[in-house]
Design a protein around this ligand. Structure first.
Ligand code: SAM
Ligand code: CA
Length: 248
């Protein structure tokens, strides 16, 4: 007997209703369950404020979701990281998560081409009492990395590096941060499942920016998978995060 479209919809798991969803999980309900049960009750009051402020911003699609912030925080604490770096700050949700997780004498070098975004979150970061850990640099990140590499003392000096900026530069970032992170340290590349588009057929109706940068994400994923200097683990948290532990 032929199955009607309605019957078919009823038997299929509920998919995401919003295109700009913050998780790749197949069901909104399951993601909401994780947020309600394990993430929101544990969120720092200032993280909550920063998240809610950012939700009203027109470019809020760029923000790190709170379950991913929780993952970053857990990793930083497990590693006893002290010296961190972030490329791509926006209003600062991942930065605040990192700064809260670092010890009081911890440091995070944070870079973004747009200081206006950072300034939106800064009063909340200050209120959280962690602004003293942050060294914010406005401008493109690549020249800052090149400058750091000129001083041998900076090589292998970072415990934790989170890369969440222009996807077409990720391989350029990798070439540099691999020498700045210590052996045993961690680099996290964000958005490596790129809205699920890494498996999209050629004729899939993708948003312009997703289509434009998809090739760069695919290239990065291939590169990381064969890079013998690191161990990797690609997690379907947020929009996909690939953790790279430097081994040589
Ligand atoms: N990690 C942020 C958070 O938790 O909300 C989200 C970062 S957002 C996805 C990407 C950021 O990268 C934007 O704020 C953008 O201004 C910044 N960006 C883009 N190109 C950059 C570059 N070449 N150097 C530094 N930052 C850049
Ligand atoms: Ca991101």
């Amino acid at each position: 007997m032929a199955v009607t479209k309605e019957e078919q919809q009823q038997t299929e798991p509920a998919g995401h209703k919003e295109l700009a969803h913050k998780s790749l999980l197949q069901s909104d309900a399951l993601y909401q369950y994780i947020l309600d049960t394990s993430v929101h009750p544990r969120e720092h009051e200032c993280q909550k404020q920063l998240r809610e402020m950012t939700e009203k911003h027109p470019r809020n699609i760029m923000a790190t979701p709170p379950d991913e912030g929780q993952l970053l925080s857990m990793l930083i604490k497990l590693m006893n990281a002290k010296n961190a770096m972030e490329i791509g700050v926006y209003t600062g949700y991942s930065l605040l998560s990192t700064a809260l997780a670092l010890p009081s004498d911890g440091k995070i070098l944070a870079m973004d081409i747009n200081r206006e975004y950072y300034d939106l979150g800064l009063p909340i970061i200050e209120k959280a009492g962690v602004a003293h850990k942050i060294d914010f640099r406005e401008g493109p990140a690549l020249p800052v990395l090149d400058d750091l590499l000129k001083d041998e003392n900076n090589k292998g000096s970072f415990d934790f590096i989170f890369v969440d900026a222009d996807k077409d530069n990720y391989l350029n970032y990798h070439k540099r941060v691999i020498d700045l992170v210590r052996i045993g340290g961690l680099i996290g590349y964000d958005n490596t499942l790129w809205n699920g588009s890494v498996v999209a057929p050629p004729d899939a109706p993708l948003a312009g920016y997703i289509r434009r940068l998809r090739g760069h994400v695919l290239e990065l994923n291939k590169y990381l998978a064969q890079d013998s200097r690191i161990e990797i683990c690609q997690l379907p948290v947020g929009d996909g995060i690939t953790l790279c532990r430097r081994i040589i």
